[in-house]
Design a protein. Sequence first.
Length: 356
Amino acid sequence: MIVPRDGDAARVALRFVAAIAIGAAGGAAFAALGAPLPWVLGSMGACALASIAGLPIAAGAATRRPMAAVIGVVLGSSFHPGLFALVADWWLPLLVLPLFLTIAAVLCATWFRRVAGFDPATAYFAGMPGGIAEMVLLGSERGADERTVGLIHAARIFVVVFVLPFVIRQFHAPVVVAAAGFTSASAWPDLSLLLWGGGSMIVGGVLGRLLRLPAWHLMGPLAISGVLHATGITDFRVPVWLLAAAQVGLGATIGCRFAGLGVRAFLGILALAAGSSVILLSLTFAFAFVLGRITGLDVTLLALAYSPGGLAEMSMVALSLGLESGVVVLHHVTRVVLVLVGAPLGFRPFHQEKRS
């Protein structure tokens, strides 16, 4: 067993602190400009630039888990006893979701195979609308280039999270901080938050890992907090400043994924991911407008529910607009499960077809 040296641990900690400092500066700049979701977008952009410039920053899995847990608790606290009745109106979008995912996967995998020239396995898992870690793991087991798959998914999330809030702003009221899920900026954690919120993070993290949930450090706390709020057991809220800090950390982890890439390589990956993002966003808005016309549901909320960004990021956009983030969470959890189950099943026919 290799025991990390104290100097190594100190360097990791210092690089993480540097990433958070750069991310916070970027978030503050975006907030001053009035950008949507400023603490995520500003942090993400600043850390991506710093990573490409070769600055010594890092935000790995171990350092992002506590911040993901805070965001999970916040998303869970947006649940309420009336949410299940509301979700009953969303049976059609949930029923249509597998069709959307199938079309999206086929088009994006074809894009990466025909345009990018990836080998079949890499093209397939780079085109899947799933999470980064899950697609890298599934792809590496089937011969895909895991670094390429990881970078493509990171760039896809980067593009979608950066673009979608600005697009949605054109169709929705200006982005404002919603009251649901958190308190005022000046509020400090009280005993209720420390007990219920801290308990949700600890219990949810343990259960999430034991149950091997995808993104367990986010999903476990979200599930516990969601159950507590949906059943009316508690109604604790998270201070805005704590949420902003977690968002800075979330943005920093996305931006730091591009460490080691030169400008040319980064732009190449970004261009390929932008192409697949155009496909995904076009499908997203097409499905959202059609389903909105059929059901009368909010088109913005439908777009966020179907959007190809991450669960945490898209739910944060919903929260910032004062929309029902619980609906977005439900659709994205369903998406993750469907892709995890469906991607391995669809790989063999796709691979055989490309070889023939």
